[in-house]
Design a protein around this ligand. Structure first.
Ligand code: GTP
Ligand code: MG
Length: 305
């Protein structure tokens, strides 16, 4: 029980958003919460761990759980991400399954739908990115997906423009079970801000680095100090696998790391509402993807194989 919730008639519940990489789960979570609590990129496999975002709609508190995209994993890190995504679904009160309407029923969506019967939690279908597909293609997709899995309802939305997001949120608010709120009414995230700050820098890496490099890097906030006049001094380490990758992250004359640091610093400053001095260090740690310590920092279980 927390303070400041309505005295009676409250509802509360966990809603996990699952789907193939790039379906728009993180974009939707931010739209539902009304604030950026999880990072987004054009590349696949951006989200690596469960990220909760909290919203209030009427007397309901909705705790949305962003999950990594579900795909056929190869590396240990991939396996940890996919296992985590499914665990997020199993632990929720309701699961929203996102399908990128532009891609339709491709292999990854099919595989996810086929495994949904194992998830003994009520499910809804969310067709996303309707801003970029003709309306009439949505009916066939709705039917195809509902033939493969049991959904309580289907929503057609654009997480990007916000089209349909309000309706979805109101429906979810009414659907949650009666119960007290888990978080204070104004709380939007349960993650420590230094973790969000590391994610923001990782988002800038995803924006600026190409091909496989983003997948061979991870970011940790090492130090977070408030200075006398209220400024923040933040130190982060970017881990890469090889010296050649470190050189690319640094860029010619340090240009790339400078641009990444500048973009991240601005955004972190907005969130903490203070002047931020951000120091980025790039370290080569061969095989960090096999190092349990890195998984702990990411909030992932370390898979045994
Ligand atoms: N046109 C359009 N693009 C969208 C929409 N929703 C998300 N996107 C874009 O799709 C891309 C992927 O979005 P994310 O929110 O990062 O997708 P995700 O499902 O969280 O991806 P992973 O974390 O990699 O699994 C980004 O470029 C978004 O801007 C939408 O409704 N319409
Ligand atoms: Mg994501």
């Amino acid at each position: 029980m927390v303070d400041n919730q309505p005295e009676e008639g409250t509802r509360c519940g966990f809603v996990a958003l699952i789907g193939a990489p790039n379906a728009g789960k993180s974009t939707l979570l931010n739209a539902l919460v009304g604030s950026k609590v999880t990072i987004v990129s054009r590349k696949v496999q951006t989200t690596r761990a469960l990220i909760r975002g909290i919203a209030v709609e009427g007397r309901s508190q909705l705790i949305f759980v962003d999950t990594p995209g579900i795909f056929a994993p190869r590396r240990r890190l991939d396996r940890a991400m996919v296992t985590t995504a499914w665990s997020g679904a199993h632990d929720a009160d309701l699961v929203g399954v996102l399908i990128d309407a532009r891609k339709g029923m491709e292999e990854e969506a099919e595989t996810i739908l086929a495994r949904l019967a194992d998830v003994k939690v009520p499910k809804i279908l969310i067709l996303n990115k309707i801003d970029v597909v003709p309306r009439d293609s949505l009916l066939a997709l709705t039917k195809a997906a509902n033939d493969k899995a049991a959904f309580e309802a289907t929503f057609m939305i654009s997480a990007l423009t916000g089209d349909g997001v309000g309706d979805l949120k109101r429906w979810l608010a009414a659907r949650m079970a009666p119960g007290p709120w888990h978080y204070p009414p104004d709380q939007m995230s349960d993650a420590p801000v230094r973790q969000l700050a590391a994610e923001i820098t990782r988002e800038k890496l995803f924006e600026r680095l190409h091909q496989e490099l983003p997948y061979h890097s991870t970011v940790e906030t090492e130090s977070w100090k408030e200075l006398r006049r209220g400024d923040l001094r933040v130190e982060q380490t970017i881990y890469v696998e090889r010296e050649s990758q470190r050189k690319i992250v640094l860029g010619k004359g340090g240009a790339t790391i400078k641009a990444i640091g500048e973009a991240a610093r601005k955004e972190i400053a907005e969130i903490v509402d203070a002047k931020v001095h951000l120091f980025l260090f790039v370290k080569v740690r061969e095989g960090w993807g096999e190092d349990p310590e890195r998984y702990r920092a990411m909030g992932l279980e370390f898979p045994k194989e």
